[in-house]
Design a protein around this ligand. Sequence first.
Ligand code: ADP
Length: 322
Amino acid sequence: MINFKNVSKMYPDGTPAVESLNFEINQGEFFVIIGPSGCGKTTTLKMINRLIPLSDGTITINGKDIKEYDVHELRWNIGYVLQQIALFPHMTIEENIMVVPEMKKWGREKMKNRVRELMEMAGLEPDTYLDRRPSELSGGQQQRVGVIRALAADPEIILMDEPFSALDPISREKLQDDMMELKRNLKKTTVFVTHDMQEALKLADRICIMKGGRVVQIGTPGELMNHPVNDFVEEFVGKKYRNPMFDIHLTEIMLPMNEKERSQASSIVVPISTSWKGILEFLSEYDQLIVEKNGEKIGLVNRQAVIHYFSTKLQDRGLANE
Ligand code: ADP
C-alpha cells in the first residue's frame, strides 16, 4: 500500500536524516516506527504526505509515486495527528472537525452524521462537546478531537507523530485504548511514531525499529522479542519481556474471552511471548491483558488467573501452608 524504495533524506545543511529505507506498509496495517531521538522517525513520516521532500528514492501509495499526486488531494486523503494538535481556537469542536470534509465538499447531513459517529467512537459525548470551543476542553480531550479530525474525511491513511506523548499517563492510556477501538472498527492504514515501547507493543501490528537513519528490524511484537536481529533490538525491546518458555506458561492460564472483554477499556494487548516479569509488570498497571499470537487475539489473562496459577503451583510443590 505504502511502499518505500531506496528512500533517503539529506537536509540542506548536510545532515543525513534517513538512508536507503526499503519497506512496505500493508493495507489496514497499524505500523509503528520506533527508535531513539534523532533516528529519523519524523522525517520518515513526513515524507509520506510530502511535508518533507525526498532526496533520493521513491515512495508509492497504491502503486502511484507520491510526486504524481496533486499535493492537496494527497494531504486530504492522509489524516495527520501531531504531538500537540492545533485546533482553531475561535471555531467550535464541530467546525474544527468538519474542515477537511468541507473542503472535500461533503453534504451537510453526511458530515454531521460522521462527526457524531466518530465522537461517540472516541468517547466524547457529541451533545456535550460539539458546540464548545477548544479552550473548554482538557488537553486529553483536545488531542482526542485531533484524532477525530484526522479521521473525519475518511482518509485512507493516518499518520500519527507521537500523538499521546504530551499527555498525563491516565489520559494517555485512555487514548491508547480508544485508539485500539478505532483501529478495530475502522481498520485504517496507520503509521504511528513513538519512542515508547509499551505503546508500540500495545498498538502495533508490526514495529519498525530505526537507528541512525536506518531500519534495524521490522516485525510483529512477538518476532522482535523472540528473534531480535542484534543486541540493539534486544536491548530496545527489553530483555525483560522475553520468555523462551512462553507457549506453555501463558496458554496454561489464559481464559477465553467474549466480545465485551475484547473491547474492555483497561486492557493491553501482549504477545504470547511476553515473559512472566513483563506480565506481572503489565498487570500492576492494567486489569487484564489480551494475549495475541500471530496477530490473533487468542485469550486473556487477568490478576485472578495469575494468582490462581501461582497458588496451584505452590500447592503442587507443597510450599503453600494451606
Ligand atoms: P526523530 O523523529 O527520530 O527524532 P528526525 O526525523 O526529527 O528524528 O531527525 C533525524 C535527523 O535529522 C536528526 O539528526 C535531526 O537533527 C535532523 N533534522 C531534522 N530536521 C532537520 C532540519 N530541518 N534540518 C536539518 N537537520 C534536521
